[in-house]
Design a binder for this molecule. Structure first.
Ligand SMILES: Cc1cc2nc3c(=O)[nH]c(=O)nc-3n(C[C@H](O)[C@H](O)[C@H](O)COP(=O)(O)OP(=O)(O)OC[C@H]3O[C@@H](n4cnc5c(N)ncnc54)[C@H](O)[C@@H]3O)c2cc1C
Ligand code: FES
Ligand code: FES
Length: 1272
């Protein structure tokens, strides 16, 4: 039968296609052998169709930047449904018959924007905007097909979208307002919600194309050495198996497993997802679920079946599966795909496998047409699946009255990551009213070790016993504790934690069986932390007399951001002949390079060349030129010339015709090293002990401290943080008119200009840098961008063609700087009131492989926060390690210093058994400080005293759930620096105004603020002002866009330029009678008045001075002591912003900074392996906060009635201070854990909690041990 499909017998091939057909934004397209089998939908959209509104960051299905919407016909029901999907994981050839809509098709400038775009923009829910199209597309899918999601469904749906800038609150609020159960008023305020209906459910209003019906049909496409096939019946599948002989092959369903494990290329790819037999659902004695059912449809089917007697337990499985991965993954990822991942990678903690095994499900495997075998789940792990296919899952009927099933999974963040440990427990009781175990229970775990599935000894022990007999329960816990033996899987949670967690989950199960039979204090231990619908408040005043200054407006470019119309570096159209480059990185952290072998790389079609340090032709091999910039102390090499400094260091670049070829070939370049490379130095203490030459003593102070009534000593150690801007480092260099145009994703044009000029050997005036905006920076694009631009420029010079270098996320994470780690060994002397008398601090900073951009000076300047520093002796040291040179990530210096001060205050309070706030107030500098008043204000708003009592009462009543509350006051001393210009031009044609400044818009709202400033000074409407691309011509010699100063500094420069223009216009105006703006401008032009002016901001300007920013934060958290999970119940944050230039922008900066800080303090752990390689080099294992990790109740207050006489137009900066407040949550966690430690029989003393406070570290600090698990 199949033979006709491949035999060349064309008479029977009428049904066979040689290309796939799909529609994109209503236009039908066909795709054939012009792509690779691995070409993803996102690459096809971006590179072939130039639809660059869809963004890419991780290529793993986690960040959501690439989300598009697909309308897909179900092969069984033949109904079409609209889903969000990750276009970075789906091969374009897998999309046959799909109607795809991208952000361009949803709404655009020409056809009007869609409500999901307008809503994000109007609710000020964008910053850099890189993530915005992905959020909008996900929301579009939620509303498609006339679905009416509730607020809870909206809030649950964004686990697969990461936003690093906004802190999520504004996005969730914007979209929850569109939910069916949103308050009527909020819904009415939504952007054109009534227009939703106007968008045709088939095509969407803006696209005029037709939705052509495409048949599900077999397809065969020859793609060079590879083949793509689509089969739509099992008969065709087995015919294909016969046809391919012994060639390698891969079945493709959702293809989402590529986000977890990258597969090797194979000869045949067979798309099986439209075979109806694999998607059937039926019920008789068993419930049968087609194995190729997606996770979304599987959960839905289980819920339907759960209403039938014997299948109530399916509700528990559905609830669990509804939380696997994230919505776009669940929409196309299948049950069979998941189980096959477990089969191929037995260490994979598959939630599907664990749950199916716990309920005794079985798998049916088709071994031929209509031939099947039935295997158990464990049997499947060793089953040879070659040329066979998983057909269905059989769920048994289980008596509803006597079976108890509970399942758990504990993840590093609330959504979208795989479990540390998952578990499912099923017990059959002898009757509905008895607790006697009737048969061997099923106690199943995932995430322990590949070969560990059942806790067999514990299962055996419980047979015929009363499971709620306290003695039996204790025995079971003890046996379980000894039989769970996790193996080491790095990166990941440790062995000890996973063991205790597994036992803790079983204990939770026991506690939940009958709450009436357990000690009331233990009852709440049965529950998992459930998150209520989040809520928020933003409280600020405005001064209408200065509008549009201080007016709460959204970002000026927000709509274009939400429509994907904004251009980031990689969105710039390719030029004819443009080439692509990819870095080759060291895989070890030390050693000397001997040579390179490019033999294998050269075989990749499209490979052109490899360049290393030897190809620099004698120009300086440095992207941090110390002779030009005083902030650099070391010349860091563009390409490592011999001695390797860190794993992940670029040694050269491959240049190729396509990006895929460049990336593939770069992986194949072999670096040969001299043998006996030294062991990498990764730990600062190792350096201090052994290799003094790596220590730079910044300041020395050996005086011995005075005597005090009380002393405490401690070590405060904090780690690195990856900046995680969503647009990875990128640069395009174009040889041009004897010079070079450079388009980098940089925070510092001047550096890129000078480094490129030196690298290609031309004067700086032959290099022009253009930056429209960047997709986030957070300090991570200050200096590292010049490395990318320099490498790219070398390739552009060698080929005399434009070259593009866009780093994949893993390369970006390995190559680039992280936040400096710091170890602070301290001693504090204080009186009985807690007043500090002396502090000695030995501060050791992990600088990475160079001394560049050290924040130690800022640390010393900022660490005193709102307290004094009299009697402080600081001995700062910078230590060089074999890591990428660390860099200034948002709040460098203050974040460490301010946290340290909270640490010693909390420690003194513990020593003296005082309230930490009392100690903080005793030590607080009183002079000119509004803090005592602000503390009282926020205490009253947050009902701090009442809640403190409630927390204490709660902790008394609950052994396994603890709450904690903390308060952090802060002074952030803002210091002027930098050199920034702004050029304002008025056009005589229509009087409109343009601004070209030397700062970089990276999401901080710079362009919006300066638009408001210019409109205010020139007294013009905002829409008459337009901000242009920053460039190194009008913005020559501008400093770094960093350190919070840019918005205020460029606002100042803009204000001065506008004032200069007004001064020039005034004499003209004086001769006219009440002229309109346009009349005035035309007249001035006719009189040869220069209508362009430039303003300058620097630290020397006379009318702006250093000032203080005052903040207070109160956080309340809850900890699940059995698992280490935590939830931030409420945060009240008050920040002094002076008279805000733009309150909504400032609220966004504050919220975003705070949430980025939460990542630092709670989850973003970076570790290195023995060879010095970064373990967490992808989003699969690096854990930034997601939308459901933010405070459940988040209230931000801007200080009222406090214009800043020292700042720009009364304002204060907002970019960085709030990140320093997020340590408050860390202290709230400590507060909660104190109660847990005492209950665990531990000492009531100050304890060291590791940073970040991952679930593992929280659990460790709680002193929880299985032997504490009792029922009574
Ligand atoms: C970001 C992210 C988070 C995730 N989180 C979780 C989590 O928390 N818990 C969890 O359990 N999983 C998680 N996963 C895994 C996810 O469930 C799987 O990626 C998905 O189910 C795989 O299905 P697929 O159809 O995309 O498989 P594919 O990628 O298409 O295929 C995977 C493998 O299965 C084989 N295969 C597919 N169908 C069949 C069949 N019918 N018969 C035989 N072989 C077949 C393929 O040949 C391939 O080898 C996560 C994945 C991602 C990307
Ligand atoms: S790029 Fe697709 S999810 Fe990140
Ligand atoms: S606005 Fe979301 S990542 Fe920048």
């Amino acid at each position: 039968m199949w033979n006709y499909l491949f035999s060349g017998d064309t008479s029977q091939e009428t049904n066979m296609a040689s290309e796939v057909t799909l529609s994109i934004n209503g236009k039908s397209i066909t795709v054939g052998n012009e792509v690779l089998a691995t070409t993803t939908l996102s690459s096809y959209l971006r590179e072939n169709l130039k639809l660059t509104g869809t963004k890419v960051n991780c290529n793993e299905g986690i960040c959501g930047a690439c989300i598009v919407v697909a309308k897909i016909e179900h092969p069984v029901s033949k109904t079409k449904e609209t889903f969000s999907i990750n276009s970075c994981l789906v091969p374009i050839l897998n999309c046959h018959g799909w109607e795809i809509k991208t952000i361009e098709g949803v709404g655009n400038r020409k056809d009007d924007y869609h409500p999901v775009q307008k809503q994000l923009a109007e609710k000020n829910a964008t910053q850099c905007g890189f993530c915005s199209p992905g959020f909008a597309m996900n929301m579009f899918s939620l509303l498609a097909d006339e679905k009416k999601p509730t607020m809870q469904q909206v809030e649950d749906a964004f686990g697969g979208n990461i936003c690093r800038c906004t802190g999520y609150r504004s996005i969730l609020e914007a979209y929850k307002a569109m939910a069916s159960d949103a308050p009527a008023l909020t819904r009415r305020q939504c952007a054109d919600i009534e227009d939703l209906e106007k968008f045709c459910s088939k095509s969407g209003k803006p696209c005029s194309g037709e939705c052509k019906k495409v048949k599900a049909q077999p397809i065969k496409i020859k793609l060079g050495a590879e083949n793509w096939r689509k089969v739509v019946t099992t008969t065709e599948l087995f015919a294909a198996f016969a046809e391919i002989g012994e060639d390698s092959y891969k079945l493709v369903a959702g293809n989402t497993s590529e986000g977890v494990y990258r597969s090797q290329s194979v000869v045949h790819y067979i798309d099986i997802k439209d075979i109806p037999d694999l998607r059937q659902v039926s019920a008789s004695e068993n419930f049968k679920l087609g194995a190729s059912s997606t996770l979304t449809e599987a959960a839905r089917a289980l819920r339907t079946q759960a209403s039938t007697a014997g299948f109530k337990y399916l509700n528990e499985i559905a609830s669990h599966w509804e939380n696997i991965a994230n919505l776009p993954i669940r929409n196309i990822g299948t049950i069979a795909g998941n189980l096959s991942m477990k089969r191929e990678h037995p260490e994979f903690a598959s939630d599907v496998f664990t749950l199916l095994e716990a309920v005794g499900a079985q798998l049916q495997i088709l071994t031929g047409v209509d031939k099947r075998e039935t295997v158990s789940l464990p049997g499947f792990l060793n089953y040879s699946i070659k040329k066979r296919v998983l057909e269905s899952v059989l769920f048994p009927a289980l008596d509803d009255a006597t079976h108890r099933l509970r399942t758990f999974h504990v993840l590093p963040r609330t959504q979208s990551s795989v479990s540390y440990v998952n578990a499912a427990f099923l017990v059959r009781l002898s009757s509905a009213t008895s607790w006697d175990v009737a048969e061997k229970p099923r106690i199943v775990f995932g995430g322990i070790r590949a070969s560990f599935i059942h806790a067999t000894a514990t299962e055996n022990l419980l047979v015929s016993k009363n499971i709620l007999d306290p003695v039996v329960a204790s025995q079971a816990i003890s046996v379980l504790n000894s039989e769970v033996r996790p193996d080491e899987v790095l990166p990941g949670a440790g062995v000890d934690y996973r063991r205790k967690l597994a036992v803790g989950l079983f204990y939770k199960f026991l506690l939940g069986l009958d709450p009436n039979q357990v000690d009331p204090r233990y009852k709440s231990g049965a529950e998992v932390l459930t998150r209520e619908l989040s809520s928020a408040k933003q409280d600020f005043e405005t001064n209408e007399s200065v509008f549009p200054l201080n007016q709460p407006i959204g970002k000026v470019e927000a709509l274009a951001q939400c429509a994907g119309e904004i251009e980031y570096i990689d969105d710039i159209p390719t030029r004819p002949g443009e080439l692509h480059a990819a870095f080759v990185l060291t895989k070890q952290a030390t050693g000397a390079i001997v040579k390179y072998n490019t033999d294998e790389a050269a075989k990749v079609p499209g490979y052109l060349n490899f360049y290393s340090a030897a190809d620099l032709d004698g120009v300086p091999n440095s992207f941090t030129p110390i002779d030009v910039y005083s902030s650099f102390l070391d010349d860091e090499e563009i390409f490592c010339s011999k001695e390797v400094k860190y794993a992940g260091q670029p040694v050269g670049i491959v240049v190729a015709e396509t990006r895929a070829a460049a990336v593939q070939a770069a992986e194949l370049v072999v670096i040969e090293y001299e043998t006996n490379a030294p062991k990498p130095v990764l730990d600062v203490m190792e350096v201090i002990k052994m290799t003094r030459d790596r220590v730079v003593v910044v300041e020395k102070n050996d005086e011995s401290p005075p005597k005090s009534a009380n002393t405490v000593k401690g070590i405060f150690e904090i780690g690195h943080q990856y900046p995680l801007y969503m647009e990875n480092l990128s640069s395009i260099v174009v040889p041009h008119d004897g010079g070079y145009d450079v388009y980098p994703s940089t925070q510092w044009m001047d550096l890129d200009q000078n480094v490129v000029a030196r690298t290609v050997g031309v004067p700086a005036n032959k290099v022009t840098v253009y930056v429209k905006r960047i997709g986030g920076g957070f300090g991570g694009k200050q200096s590292r961008s010049s490395m990318v631009s320099a490498a790219c420029a070398l390739a552009a010079k060698k080929h005399n063609r434009a070259v593009r270098l866009v780093l994949p996320l893993t390369t970006n994470m390995e190559v680039t700087s992280k936040r400096f780690g710091q170890r602070n060994e301290y001693e504090v002397g204080f009186d009985n009131a807690g007043k500090i008398e002396y502090v000695t601090m030995h501060v050791i900073q992990d600088s990475g492989c160079s001394r560049n951009e050290s924040p130690m000076g800022i640390f010393v300047a900022f660490f005193e926060s709102c307290y004094g520093s009299e009697g402080y002796k600081i001995q700062p040291q910078e230590v060089l390690t074999n890591k990428a040179s660390n860099g200034p990530i948002r709040g460098p210096g203050p974040i460490e210093g301010i946290a340290f001060h909270d640490e010693i205050m909390e420690r003194i309070a513990k020593h003296l058994k005082k309230d930490p706030l009392e100690v903080k107030l005793v030590n607080m500098q009183k002079l000119d400080s509004p803090l005592p008043n602000l503390i009282n204000e926020i205490k009253s708003k947050a009902e701090y005293d009442k809640r403190k009592q409630e927390v204490e009462a709660y902790n008394q009543m609950n052994r396994w759930k603890k709450r904690g509350l903390a308060i952090t006051p802060m002074r952030y001393p803002f210091m002027l620096w930098n050199h920034l210009t702004s050029t304002v031009s008025i056009y005589q044609g229509d009087g409109s105004v343009s601004i070209a400044h030397g700062g970089i818009e990276m999401g901080q709202g710079l362009n919006t603020k300066i638009t408001q400033v210019a409109a205010h000074i020139l007294k013009l409407p905002i829409d008459q002002i337009s901000v242009k691309t920053s460039n190194s011509i009008t913005g020559a010699n501008n400093g770094i866009s960093g350190g919070s100063i840019i918005s205020e500094g460029v606002s100042y420069a803009t204000m001065k330029a506008c004032q200069t223009l007004l001064d020039r216009l005034e004499p003209v105006r004086a001769t006219m009678e009440n002229p309109t703006w346009l009349q005035l401008i035309r007249e001035a032009y006719n009189r040869n008045v220069n209508l362009s002016a430039q303003g300058l901001f620097s630290k020397d300007v006379p009318d702006v001075k250093n000032y203080n920013i005052w903040c207070v934060c109160i956080s309340e958290v809850e900890v699940d002591v059995l698992t280490g999970e935590r939830q931030i119940r409420r945060v009240d944050l008050l920040e002094d912003v002076g008279q805000s230039l733009s309150p909504l922008i400032d609220i966004g900066q504050i919220e975003g900074a705070f949430i980025m800080g939460l990542g630092y303090w709670l989850s973003e752990e970076l570790t290195f392996d023995e060879a010095g390689r970064l373990r967490e080099n992808r989003l699969w294992n690096y854990v930034p906060p997601g939308p459901k990790d933010i405070p459940v109740d988040f209230r931000v207050y801007l200080r009222r009635n406090a214009p800043n006489p020292l700042g720009v137009l009364g304002s204060k900066t907002t970019g960085e201070p709030a990140i320093c407040l997020s340590v408050n949550v860390w202290f709230a966690l400590r507060n909660a854990l104190e109660a847990a430690r005492v209950d665990a029989g531990g000492p009531n003393d100050y304890f060291d909690m590791k940073q970040p406070a991952t679930l593992e570290h929280i659990h460790e600090s709680s002193l929880t041990e299985p032997m504490q698990f009792k029922l009574k």
